[in-house]
Design a protein around this ligand. Structure first.
Ligand SMILES: Cc1ncc(COP(=O)(O)O)c(C=O)c1O
Length: 462
């Protein structure tokens, strides 16, 4: 069983000597010189040990199972890092660098093929940023036509209504039916000539495939509105179904989920957006183009919504995703959908005797249990003592004490069995203090959210 290392490790500024041995002569104007320089003086070995100790106190996919539902914490192949290293010396201003441009061009084409779209931008730096980009495209498309409502299912991720609201839309919630899918009658009642777009996740956040998708597409398109696909759950259907073929007009991909680039702790991500041909001109600029084997950046579209991120997005993430797609190939990606679905259903079947399973249908890549009569928070903290990362908790909101489990295709049957038996033990044991085996015990999540201390200066003034 994995145990996090426990060190009494101060932040780096709390380590080492503060006095500086020698004054460094800087030929800088007095105006821009910092007067006090509060920085520890440490040797390379001390710095390396500090960060190595911190990494050993951490939990990651390289140390254990991390089944955070809808986050797709799959194993990140190390070959991706090798490939990313090849590009380490390319400066973002070297906009003529043919290798980088070709990689972006080819990645766009691969994502078009996977998603069933005609054009893709790689610029948005996260799924949520992709949603905002998509909603900005919807707004620009309907400019002045009085369509100011976006419909969102009640099972949607919070970023969906947030992105729509940020783009200036009024958000209307659509309830789920008894099977955990969009209530189509309620959808029909909500659609009008004010509807700009319906945002959907399919498979949805309960891991259930919305099988009435063609009917839904018809309703939305006949009302003159657009359909947006949240690609967070693409892992369950990749290579099997294309969102573009289901009738979606716009989608975002989460490269840091489906395409195995590292994520978590707010690290860089990528949320490319795909559109059908009639929306291509609205995509952010620049676009990568090819002419006679030469690649270049094109800023010419007048309808573009403008830039959504510096340069061309998080390039290092794009390289890793490109490497993963080539490594897997079409057949490999299809296998991802099959194995991630098999794993989720295996775990669901093994756990449903000990945990409430509010929606019974066959799942795609993830499923949602209720921790009742215990709390999801307790189960999550206690799992850490068993050496596992918690699943996603309290999401989707339509399940009380929700535990959203997504094993991904990476886990072996043995590992899943260990996780299952930890979950069953936790449900059957008396509640106790948890976690006790981690270097940081239970944190005050409200304080951490409302008053985050993320800098040394902040730490000093606590
Ligand atoms: C269903 C769903 N949609 C959207 C997002 C937002 O994606 P990102 O975290 O990349 O911004 C998430 C994040 O986990 C999600 O689960």
């Amino acid at each position: 069983m994995y145990r996090q290392a426990r060190y009494d490790e101060p932040v780096i500024n709390g380590l080492g000597r503060r006095e500086h041995d020698e004054e460094i002569e800087l030929k800088l104007s007095e105006k821009i010189k910092r007067q006090s320089f509060d920085f520890p003086e440490l040797s390379e070995a001390e710095v390396v040990r500090h960060y190595t100790r911190l990494s050993q106190m951490n939990f990651c996919v390289d140390t254990g199972m991390y089944p955070l539902g809808s986050c797709t914490m799959k194993y990140n192949p190390k070959v991706n890092e090798e490939v990313a290293r090849m590009f380490r010396d390319v400066h973002p201003y070297s906009s003529e660098a043919q290798g980088s441009l070709e990689l972006m061009y080819r990645l766009e084409k691969l994502l078009c093929e996977i998603g069933g779209f005609d054009a893709v931008t790689l610029q948005p730096p996260a799924g949520a940023a992709g949603e905002f980009t998509g909603m900005s495209i919807v707004r620009a498309y309907f400019d002045g036509k009085g369509r100011d409502e976006v419909l969102v299912p009640d099972s949607a991720h919070g970023t969906n209504p947030a992105s729509a609201a940020m783009a200036g839309f009024k958000v209307i919630e659509i309830p789920s039916d008894g099977k955990g899918c969009v209530d189509v009658e309620a959808l029909k009642a909500a659609v009008s000539d004010k509807t700009a777009c319906f945002m959907m996740t399919n498979p949805n956040t309960l891991g259930i495939f919305e099988s009435r998708i063609e009917e839904i597409t018809k309703i939305i398109h006949e009302a003159g509105a657009l359909l947006y696909y949240d690609g967070a759950n693409l892992n369950g259907i990749i290579g099997k179904v294309k969102p573009g073929a289901m009738g979606f007009d716009i989608m975002h991909f989460n490269l840091h989920k489906t395409f195995s680039t590292p994520h978590g702790s707010g690290g860089p991500g990528a949320g490319p957006v795909g559109v059908k041909r009639f929306l291509e001109d609205y995509l952010p600029l620049p676009r990568v183009r090819e002419n006679n084997g030469r690649y270049y950046l094109d800023y010419s579209s007048k309808k573009s919504i403008g830039k959504v991120h510096e340069f061309y997005g998080n390039f290092g993430v794009l390289v890793r995703a490109f490497s993963y797609i080539l490594l897997m190939g079409g057949e490999g990606l299809e296998k991802v959908a099959e194995l991630s679905t098999l794993n989720a259903n295996y775990m669901k079947e093994k756990l449903k005797k000990n945990y409430k399973l509010p929606y019974k249908d066959l799942r795609k890549h993830e499923f949602v249990l209720s921790a009742e009569p215990k709390s999801a928070n307790y189960v999550a903290k206690r799992l850490l003592d068993y050496g596992f990362h918690a699943p996603t908790i309290y999401f989707p909101l339509i399940v009380k004490e929700a535990l959203m489990i997504e094993p991904t295709e990476s886990e072996s049957r043995e590992t899943m069995d260990q996780y299952i038996s930890a979950l069953i033990d936790i449900m059957n044991e008396d509640e106790r203090e948890a976690p006790v085996n981690t270097s940081i015990r239970e944190v005050d999540v409200v304080e951490a959210t409302k008053k985050p201390v993320v800098t040394w200066e902040g730490m000093k003034h606590r």
